[in-house]
Design a protein around this ligand. Structure first.
Ligand SMILES: O=C(O)CCC(=O)C(=O)O
Length: 251
């Protein structure tokens, strides 16, 4: 039973069809780039052997700090392969994001020091993550998520308090018609959450072994079932000032 979205779909036992095109949520970007296969394979291999293989865990958090003193703006303290990944992402995304968003994710070398978290999540087929907004008091704006090993559908739901308040871009007094979007994230794709997408929408992954996705690259063909494989995601987030101090008062 895959009717996970709402009563209308479940009435007919029809699964919701996920889109391949990025939903119109302000601040959400999934550019049409893919990490090179060789780099992606190398990162998966390092993550598996360093953190996951034989250890029975599915999540790792790592921390780094940017430093203008040492000209390291990606987050020194993170393992080298993650610094390399950040450099490659900065290059790949340069022409695919608004300049201000790119600058928020990859600050210039002389920018004030910041603390950066990398969270590694490992999902076996059928596993997911509950819908959530990343902690408001711990993480700043500008989140990067990279998918490795398998695609999956990520669902975005408008947080309840915003449902009645949002209006069309034309300024008309009407709520935007959709409060949920399901997007198929391809393996080696990169997701950016900023602004509205980061603060006013939850993101989550339903736990199921396969996804029902609109067909073809352009999404015009017949919908198809796509089996999930083992998926690794790497998410980079900025810690808010003070949120990097272990044992201090909760920020
Ligand atoms: O696996 C993903 O892409 C999402 C991860 C996530 O949302 C989280 O760790 O908070």
């Amino acid at each position: 039973m895959y009717a996970v979205n709402d009563a209308v779909d479940s009435l007919f036992d029809e699964p919701q069809i996920a889109m391949r095109t990025v939903p119109p949520i302000p601040g959400l970007f999934v550019p049409s780039i893919r990490l090179p296969l060789e780099l992606a394979n190398d990162i998966v291999q390092q993550c598996m052997s360093l953190y996951f293989d034989g250890r029975g865990i599915n999540q790792i958090m790592l921390f780094g700090r940017t430093s203008s003193e040492h000209g390291e703006n990606m987050g020194s303290g993170l393992p080298t392969f993650l610094i390399t990944l950040l450099h490659r992402l900065a290059d790949l995304l340069r022409d695919h994001l608004p300049e201000q968003v790119h600058g928020m994710l990859f600050p210039p070398k002389d920018a004030p020091q910041r603390a950066r978290q990398a969270i590694l999540n490992l999902y076996h087929p059928g596993e997911g993550i509950s819908p959530h907004v990343d902690l408001l008091k711990r993480f700043d704006d500008g989140i990067i998520g990279v998918s490795f090993g398998s695609g999956c559908v990520m669902s975005f739901e408008r947080v309840k308090s915003q449902e009645a308040m949002l209006f069309g871009e034309d300024g008309e007094d009407r709520p935007l018609d959709r409060n949920r979007w399901d997007l198929y994230l391809e393996e080696r794709s990169v997701l950016i959450l900023s602004e509205d997408a980061r603060y006013n929408w939850t993101h989550g992954i339903d736990g199921r072994p396969e996804d029902f996705v609109s067909g073809g690259i352009d999404g015009q063909g017949e919908p198809e079932w796509i089996e999930r494989g083992t998926r690794l995601s790497i998410t980079f987030r900025w810690l808010l000032p003070g949120a990097d101090i272990v044992g201090g008062p909760d920020p």
